[in-house]
Ligand binder design. Structure first.
Ligand code: SF4
Length: 257
């Protein structure tokens, strides 16, 4: 089977903070899938940090070869065996797991399932959480998962309440299958503390932790430290301090992919 890939490279997991299920700081081989269902339905996240991977029909995948270097361009789509071979070649003694990211990996679920069946490593999934049926099919092949909870400020469309429901369903499905799962919410100065309470209340029912990730760009953090503290405290209305973490995209601060 063939699928559309944006890039494959080796790096360190730069987000997720310090909660169960997070692989923050771990060396991983990243497989970034091309195509995102939210973007293709014209409801992309306001703060999408991978716009180049929003479209599935990407002409080429950028692939790192052992020893680094500028990377090679391979024509899409790629076969599962090609992707496995590329990922395995990037294996290093400190590699912890394979990170499946996007775009939205579950948007190519058949390709993903075949690929995961061929990978001989621990697997960490980063997903927007909006495809619970696909998550259910893949769950048995996963070890860790970071599932987005899109805040209203990130997804200011009429579809938002339905998206939130599907995200919570994805978390439930993965948790029930024994995947080490945590939720990640991207926040700004406009994010309401009452929303954090809502997410935390739903997560507490499932015993799933929450990573709070402030948006930042070239100008730095896009919210005040005071508001970040308010949001974290709001989450603590329902979750223990053990199950709340700050997630900063450290790889970006360090100039890594
Ligand atoms: S789900 Fe991910 S890839 Fe899709 S628009 Fe949102 S941030 Fe971008």
């Amino acid at each position: 089977m063939k699928g559309y890939v944006a890039e494959v490279f080796s790096s360190f997991q730069g987000e997720g903070g310090c909660v169960r299920g997070s692989c923050f700081g771990k060396r991983q081989v990243f497989i970034r899938f091309a195509g995102c269902n939210l973007a293709e339905q014209r409801t992309p996240c306001v703060w999408c940090d991978t716009p180049a991977a929003q479209k599935r029909a990407l002409g080429f995948a950028r692939v790192e070869r052992p020893g680094g270097g500028g990377g090679e361009r391979l024509r899409n789509p790629l076969s599962t065996s090609q992707v496995v071979e590329i990922a395995e070649a990037l294996r290093t003694p400190d590699m912890h797991s394979i990170s499946l990211t996007g775009g939205e990996p579950l948007y190519q679920e058949d390709f993903l399932i075949e690929l995961c069946g061929e990978l001989d490593e621990k697997v960490y999934l980063e997903t927007n959480g909006t495809l619970p049926e696909a998550a259910s099919r893949l769950a048995g092949l996963l070890d860790y998962a970071s599932v987005d909870i899109k805040d209203e400020t990130a997804l200011p469309y009429p579809v938002w309440p339905g998206v939130l429901e599907r995200e919570l369903e994805t978390i439930r499905v993965l948790r029930d299958s024994g995947v080490e799962v945590f939720a990640k919410v991207v926040v700004t100065d406009e994010t309401a503390a009452s929303n954090l309470e809502l997410y935390a209340r739903e997560l507490s029912k499932m015993d799933v932790p929450l990573a709070i990730q402030p948006v930042f760009d070239a100008g730095g953090l896009r919210l005040s430290v005071q508001h970040l503290q308010r949001l974290s405290q709001a989450a603590a209305e329902y979750l223990s301090a053990e199950d709340i973490t700050l997630s900063i995209q450290v790889h970006k601060l360090c100039g890594m992919r």
